[in-house]
Design a binder for this molecule. Structure first.
Ligand SMILES: Cc1ncc(C[n+]2csc(CCOP(=O)(O)OP(=O)(O)O)c2C)c(N)n1
Ligand SMILES: [Mg+2]
Length: 695
């Protein structure tokens, strides 16, 4: 068969696999795979340097399906190219990433072809997508990472990194704000390794985009500093290939290709309608669509002879050769630059170099103390010197978040110096969080800073980091009312509990400078989890660790910081962050009054919840009912530690604009208030005990 015919046969295989899978699942999105099959075919079989035999080869091109609802495009490609599976330890498993059986079971439990692309679940998926806008925003992080890697590791004659990033997106992605934030930064950084292809089909769920989306998108991207191309016919694979060639030759600008397409292409009654977007075509329309492709009408999941071979001869052969040459080159690189090569090895498996925690500070006891953010700044500056690929920055709050890396040679990531360590995200929290996901997907170890209150602006991408199991670190300063005069707009209330609610996100709120160090020590060793560290703006006393327990207790989520000198505790005070030293003050006063209190520092709920029941009971002694939790955040959730008998000193309203001292008084974050509550609890317990005795 002529190559042209094989091209068309392959494209129609992608289309019909997608149609059949959606029909079988009785749910899904057939229209966009039908329209974009030629695009995806062209990228994969003619251009993409992705070796199906090794989907984690470091110098592979990246393909991101930002319109994740069109996931059948990806499942078709992974199946047809015979992409191999790898596990979380980055070992090849000798089995396919996606089988035809998975496609038959599209969207069913345990199928490797789920509703949307899921990184970590299906090999060959470069990023989890589906929440629109996230994929394209992450692709900017991937492009920054490629530039960083090339700048850092390439040497004359050794182009170890020179890959490109392709992202496909629809109207939805283009309407989402995060795409604009990310595109603006990509233009500024002149990321010429990045290509977005926009599926201009004029259709979203509610109908034609004339009701919502009529901007001049070409002008918009020209304004961002991108090269803008147009391909007027999504079925013209030679034009598509030509545009991709222009992209490859374009320097100093990312490329934006506007591709005019017809959603539901080939379905005579549904093409160009919103009905083709998100529901099965229906048996009759499936038949008609197949007829229009010249396809057997009643055969399902049909893969004609020659199609898989065609992919083998295209992407398979091309990428295998590229990987072979790269692997050979890397062997010589290993001899010429052993240190750099071993760095690449380590980062690829998300490991840390030896002595990664060298020179971490130890803070002496100090009643005046130091702010959480200042301690964090010192730790970040040590870690970044010990771990070459530890990079990060803030959304324009660096001086305030103390996230600036200030040592000699730290440098800034800029178009002319992409190998710097300080990223300046601008006032773009959402893109920042998506971009650090892209960096982490590229195996850099990133951190991102802003005020805790603005974690709300980044939340969709934080959630995806957790879902993707990426070891991203969020440095959230101004974690409570320390922001005083800035008022309720800047004072977090519900942020801590809402971040704690994200499955898999490790949330830490250290109590003093040494807990900050221990928090980072714990977090840095995570390979498959993101972590957020909430840090104070104001100075917190550095606790005397000779008098109180060691800060290494942070690694267990909560620990007994102080106990009565003798006898069992009768009251437990549980606190996090800035409220721990307040609890200690209350504890010392209580002891003087003859009340035996224990203070538990609880920087992290989720780490504590994962300890053994024995350990948890040793901290929160089950027979002590009088418990008080103290945290400058929403009271929601603390019941689980204080029980129905205990009390919570926290926030039930927004804060207020005033100096911190006045706010502490107004909202009850003072030792005397704690003591008052403890006494009420003791009273209540005595009454109950009396009643029990009488009964
Ligand atoms: C952030 C977000 N909001 C809403 C949705 C629900 N949703 C899925 S697809 C879609 C319409 C997308 O239109 P477009 O990107 O043009 O896709 P097409 O139908 O053209 O494939 C919407 C609103 C989503 N997935 N993510
Ligand atoms: Mg659309």
């Amino acid at each position: 068969m002529a190559n042209n015919d094989l091209d068309q046969l392959s494209i129609n295989t992608i289309r019909t696999l997608s149609i059949d899978a959606v029909q079988q699942a009785k749910s899904g999105h057939p229209g966009t795979p039908m329209a974009l099959a030629p695009l995806v075919f062209t990228i994969w079989n003619r251009v993409l340097r992705f070796d199906p035999k090794d989907p984690i080869w470091p110098n592979r091109d990246r393909f991101v399906l930002s319109n994740g609802h069109a996931s059948m495009l990806l499942w078709s490609m992974l199946y047809l190219t015979g992409t191999q599976a790898v596990n979380a330890e980055y070992e090849r498993l000798g089995q396919p990433a996606v089988t035809l059986e998975d496609i038959r079971r599209f969207r069913q439990l345990d199928s490797k072809a789920p509703g949307h692309p899921e990184y970590h679940w299906t090999s060959g998926v470069e990023a989890t997508t589906g929440p629109l806008g996230q994929g394209v925003a992450m692709s900017v992080g991937m492009a920054i990472a490629e530039k960083w890697l090339a700048n850092h590791y390439n040497r004359p004659g050794f182009e170890m990194f020179d890959y490109r990033i392709y992202a496909i997106a629809g109207d939805g992605c283009m309407m989402e704000g995060v795409a604009s934030e990310a595109a603006s930064l990509a233009g500024h950084l002149q990321l010429d390794n990045l290509c977005w292809i926009y599926d201009n089909n004029h259709i979203t769920i509610e109908g034609n985009t004339r009701i919502t989306f009529t901007e001049d998108i070409a002008a918009r991207f020209l304004g961002y500093g991108w090269n803008v191309l147009r391909v007027g016919d999504a079925n013209d694979i030679d034009r598509i290939q030509h545009a991709l060639t222009v992209f490859a030759q374009t320097k100093d600008r990312p490329t934006f290709i506007i591709l005019d397409s017809h959603i539901g292409y080939g379905a005579p009654n549904l093409q160009d309608t919103a009905a083709a977007h998100g529901e099965p075509l229906g048996e009759e329309e499936v038949r008609l669509a197949k007829r229009s492709y010249g396809w057997p009408e009643d055969v399902k999941f049909f893969v004609p002879d020659g199609v898989r071979e065609h992919f083998n001869a295209g992407i398979g052969a091309r990428a295998a050769e590229a990987r072979r040459r790269w692997t050979q080159l890397f062997e010589s690189y290993r001899v010429a630059y052993p240190d750099l090569a071993s760095e690449i090895d380590l980062m690829q498996s998300r490991q840390l170099p030896v002595a990664w925690d060298k020179n971490l500070p130890v803070f002496p006891a100090d009643a005046k103390g130091i702010a959480g953010r200042d301690a964090s700044g010192k730790v970040l500056n040590e870690l970044a010197q010990n771990i070459p690929w530890f990079v990060g920055g803030s959304a324009d709050l660096g001086p305030s978040n103390r996230t600036m890396l200030k040592f000699n040679g730290a440098g800034n990531v800029e178009a002319a110096s992409p190998g710097g360590k300080n990223l300046h995200f601008g006032v773009r929290e959402h893109a920042m969080a998506a971009i650090v996901n892209g960096l982490a997907l590229s195996k850099l170890r990133p951190f991102a800073g802003t005020f805790l209150i603005f974690s709300d602006y980044a939340r969709p991408a934080i959630r995806l980091a957790a879902l993707m199991e990426l070891p991203v670190i969020y440095v959230f300063t101004h974690d409570a009312m320390g922001d005083g005069e800035d008022g309720p707009t800047h004072q977090p209330v519900e942020q801590l509990v809402s971040l704690r609610a994200i499955p898999g996100l490790v949330m830490l709120r250290p109590a003093d400078a040494n807990e900050v160090v221990e928090a980072y020590r714990y977090v840095m060793q995570l390979r498959h989890k993101p972590a957020a560290i909430a840090l104070s703006r104001q100075a917190l006393p550095t606790l005397d660790r000779n008098k109180y327990a060691a800060a290494s207790g942070v690694a267990r989520g909560a620990y007994v910081l102080a106990d009565p000198p003798e006898g069992q505790p009768e009251v437990i005070l549980i606190a996090s962050g800035s409220e721990v030293s307040l609890a200690i003050d209350a504890h010392e006063k209580l002891l003087r009054e003859g009340i035996r209190s224990r203070v538990v520092s609880m920087p992290s709920w989720d780490i504590f919840d994962n300890q053994t029941p024995e350990y948890r009971d040793s901290v929160l002694a089950p027979d002590v009912k009088s418990r008080v939790a103290i945290e400058q955040g929403s009271v929601l959730g603390w019941e689980r530690y204080v029980g129905s008998f205990g009390r919570i000193i926290g926030m039930k309203t927004f804060g207020a604009s005033a100096p911190l001292k006045e706010l502490q008084a107004k909202f009850g974050f003072e030792p005397d208030r704690v003591i008052e509550v403890v006494k009420e609890l003791r009273e209540k317990e005595n009454v109950l005990n009396l009643r029990k005795e009488i009964a």
